[in-house]
Design a protein around this ligand. Structure first.
Ligand code: DGY
Length: 320
């Protein structure tokens, strides 16, 4: 009897093919929509592996519903804030993720948001589509010039570094906040590591690249957000809950922050009240890793991690 691997959403083919080739029985949820909790609890029963999406809560209840045969939770994401690691450890369930393969794609979406928010692309698009554009004028939709502006990167790990690297082409000064120096930024970009509050006060564009750990919840609190310049732009492609989203809405509405570009939200897919009505925000639906190539690599990677654990090997991307 082949071991069952439940995949909680449709994923690109490479992963499913790899699991089949290994003699496993992949059971893909036949939808792009998140399953209900009840469906999830019932479909994980007696599986050997769960390929989970970042929107699924993998907690004690779900692990117990799967039963004692569950050996691995292979998260289809680099972020693992949806997984209760202690509950997995307590049940001897391995946890894996997909680091590295989505770095460049996520850095690209951060830059898409930086440029869109700085140059008011979405506002301009809405104006043109609404038939309200009455022709070129010297004062229309003036934005922030990248050349000479300061980019503040919060979290200079893989993705933060890739975002900072791209700023060289725009002639920006780079500040970063991180627990230690990052030689990839210090040398080639002459970047400066500074305290978070200094970064918030001095940057024109602030981009978040830290994982969602309990200590990072509302790291950008109302007080910290208030340190931003009134001309500053905030970009979040990390996790929604690192920013107090309600405070962000208030400060954007009051003009204490010029604009924001968001890929992630505190209570996805719900938005903080008022956010979608603000003209000075660019909102995309958690697209960080959404390129055909990257999602294909993530698919192969989740399968490789499952195959390794189920054949008694160390998985390539262990978390637990
Ligand atoms: C991740 O992998 O954590 C990303 O948020 C997915 O795009």
């Amino acid at each position: 009897m082949p071991q069952r691997v439940v995949i909680t959403r449709r994923i690109p083919p490479p992963g499913v093919e790899r699991l089949r080739a290994a003699g496993l029985l992949p059971e893909e949820f036949p939808s792009d929509d998140p399953p209900s909790r009840a469906e999830l609890l019932s479909r994980v029963r007696d599986v050997a592996a769960i390929v989970a999406m970042l929107s699924e809560r993998i907690d004690a209840e779900l692990l117990d519903a799967a039963g004692a045969g569950l050996r691995v939770v292979s998260n289809f994401a680099v972020g693992i804030d949806n997984v209760d690691l202690a509950a997995c450890r307590a049940r001897n369930v391995r946890v894996t993720n997909t680091p590295g393969v989505l770095t460049e794609a996520t850095a690209d979406i951060a830059w898409a948001l930086i440029l869109a928010a700085a140059r008011r692309v979405a506002e301009g698009d809405r104006l043109v589509r609404a038939g309200e554009w009455r022709g070129w004028t010297p004062t229309q939709l003036l934005g922030l010039e990248m050349n000479g502006a300061t980019l503040g990167v919060i979290g200079a790990g893989r993705i933060g570094t890739a975002v900072a690297r791209r700023s060289a082409g725009f002639g920006m000064r780079v500040l970063y906040s991180h627990p230690r120096d990052n030689p990839e930024l210090d040398g080639p970009l002459a970047a400066r590591r500074v305290e978070l509050d200094v970064l918030l006060r001095e940057s024109d564009v602030v981009s978040l690249h830290i994982p969602m750990r309990p200590e990072n919840r509302h790291l950008l609190s109302r007080e910290r957000l208030s340190l931003l310049k009134p001309t500053a732009i905030l970009i979040n492609t990390a996790r929604g809950a690192v920013v107090d989203e309600a405070a962000l809405v208030d400060l954007l509405r009051a003009g204490h922050i010029a604009a924001a570009g968001l890929d992630v939200y505190e209570r996805e897919p719900a938005l903080a009240p008022g956010l979608a009505e603000l003209p000075n925000v660019v909102l995309v639906p958690h697209l960080g890793s959404a390129t055909t190539a990257t999602r294909g690599r993530m698919s192969a990677m989740v399968a490789e991690n499952v195959c390794a654990v189920l054949t008694g090997r160390e998985p390539p991307n262990p978390v637990v």
